[in-house]
Design a binder for this molecule. Structure first.
Ligand SMILES: Cc1cc2nc3c(=O)[nH]c(=O)nc-3n(C[C@H](O)[C@H](O)[C@H](O)COP(=O)(O)OP(=O)(O)OC[C@H]3O[C@@H](n4cnc5c(N)ncnc54)[C@H](O)[C@@H]3O)c2cc1C
Length: 461
């Protein structure tokens, strides 16, 4: 895979040319290679060996805490220490000023090794959103602690009755007291409602969790504004913090209602969260404290900032699962002897068996997988290169890149989700009955990949 990544980055996308731009001037082909080497190594040592373990040891709730395997804690620590959470940020803020193209390629190694353990996609996306739409204080308190890996992030859009149709979000946010606008962390509201399917919504991997929550502020008549125009965005920390970013020791009113038990991607907790039910608050003080991000009614626009990055990330995850299935089935097909070669006089049963890779139909299935995975990888890295163009190209190039991304971002998510899943099904087929057992990894790749057509936006519509 590394050779393919290097080919796409250098021979096709010419990423080193980006170092001529002021933002990336401190970088070179060598620094890009170092980042890829580091991520490849951490993925090989801390992620790949535990991919099956996190599938079988699902997250569980002991009544107080969500328990995850130690391997997940070790992987998170190694990922945070690598600096990848802040890869794109300014050097002065502890970042690497890395092009998004290289960041995406580097993150691909983690998805290849264990998509289920998960790297920092949600946390980085959450913090990047705050860097674009948050106040200076929100950046310093919330985003900075996410970039360092001390805190992690979620995106809380979906509700039990509002999945694809976010205009029907029913979580309410009401101003918290007469002085609600005077809070240094941002206009302070109390949130009440339920958020369904929230990935990484509860765990002990980090000191705190920064939920980014979509909710509606009722109009003067007390009713929620219909449609997406009424949606606003709030930072709702799991544990309350003071204006300097120190934990106050108090829990916010966000409670785990239950864990969802999934078909795949089991290493990551998935939660139903209750906001404002009073579980962690003294009587009469129910309501999760949330700080408004951006302007009221601008929530979905801000959230789409995160969703677009998340869609390229999801597309890359689907791609890497396709790649993983291809590589596993290729290795198997080279070793599994079955059947004989067809000679001029037909098959000779006295001859030794041949490896199945020599059968034309097995070759077809392997080549189809290779095409899906490598084509999808090219699409993802191309989109990532457009993101760099959008941010650092000249005015016309940036405008063109933004326009093209509007068309390609949903495809970057949907195409690999569908075709690399088909690739995973072919990988199972190449292994035959063995592929259908848990003794080989390919069935897990298929289960993990099945999610990608479902989340991050409708697939066909
Ligand atoms: C494992 C997992 C992790 C998730 N993580 C998060 C998370 O971190 N944060 C978060 O907010 N959400 C998360 N989600 C929620 C996910 O985004 C939703 O499941 C998704 O938006 C679909 O909503 P729904 O499940 O209610 O299905 P529905 O909206 O009920 O849709 C059912 C089916 O109808 C189709 N459909 C619905 N409307 C249309 C339309 N207008 N055009 C075409 N097709 C349509 C859908 O594509 C789907 O196939 C996660 C979901 C899962 C399963």
């Amino acid at each position: 895979m590394r050779a393919t990544v290097d080919f796409l980055l250098h021979d096709w996308l010419r990423v080193t040319e980006l170092t001529a731009r002021p933002r990336f001037a401190e970088h070179s082909a060598e620094t890009f290679a170092q980042v890829l080497d580091t991520c490849e190594r951490i993925a090989r040592e801390k992620y790949a060996p535990f991919n099956r373990l996190v599938d079988t040891e699902e997250p569980r709730f002991d009544g107080e805490k969500v328990i995850l395997p130690q391997a997940t804690h070790d992987a998170w620590k190694a990922y945070a220490e690598s600096g990848m959470l802040a890869a794109a940020q300014d050097v002065e803020l502890g970042g690497m000023q890395l092009p998004y193209t290289v960041e995406s390629a580097a993150n691909a190694f983690f998805a290849r090794a264990s998509v289920s353990i998960g790297a920092g996609m949600l946390t980085t996306g959450n913090a990047n959103l705050l860097m674009s739409h948050g106040t200076e204080r929100q950046k310093a308190v919330f985003a900075a602690n996410e970039f360092s890996g001390r805190w992690s992030g979620t995106m809380c859009l979906s509700e039990p009755q509002a999945g694809s149709s976010l205009s029907d979000v029913a979580t309410r946010a009401t101003p918290d007291g007469d002085d609600f606008e005077a809070d240094p962390l941002g206009p302070r509201y109390r949130l009440r409602g339920h958020k369904m399917w929230i990935s990484a919504g509860e765990h002990e991997l980090t000191e705190n969790i920064v939920h980014l929550v979509l909710a509606k502020i009722p109009g003067p008549d007390g009713k929620l504004v219909p449609g997406t125009k009424g949606i606003s965005l709030f930072i709702v920390p799991k544990k309350l913090v003071d204006a300097g970013g120190c934990l106050t020791g108090e829990r916010n009113d966000v409670a785990l209602a239950g864990l969802n038990h999934k078909c795949g991607w089991r290493g990551t907790t998935n939660t139903l969260l209750n906001f404002g039910e009073g579980k962690f608050r003294p009587a009469g003080q129910a309501g999760a404290i949330g700080y408004l991000v951006g302007r009221p009614g601008d929530g979905l626009r801000c959230m789409f900032h995160m969703m677009n990055e998340a869609r390229i990330g999801v597309g890359m995850a689907a791609t890497m699962l396709g790649m993983a299935g291809y590589e596993a089935s290729l290795e198997y097909a080279r070793q599994r002897p079955q059947g004989r070669a067809i000679g001029p006089a037909g098959k000779d049963p006295s001859q030794p068996q041949i490896p199945i890779i020599e059968h034309a139909d097995v070759k077809r299935m392997l080549l189809a997988q290779k095409t899906y995975a490598e084509g999808a990888l090219a699409l993802e890295l191309y989109c990532a290169r457009l993101v760099d163009e959008q941010h650092t190209g000249d005015e016309a190039a940036a405008r063109d890149a933004a326009l093209l991304l509007e068309v390609l971002t949903p495809i970057a998510k949907s195409w690999p989700s569908e075709w690399c899943l088909e690739g995973n099904s072919l990988a199972i087929q190449v292994l035959g009955g063995y592929g259908y057992t848990r003794d080989f990894p390919v069935e897990q790749y298929w289960r993990d990949n099945r999610l990608n057509m479902i989340h991050e936006g409708t697939h066909g519509g």
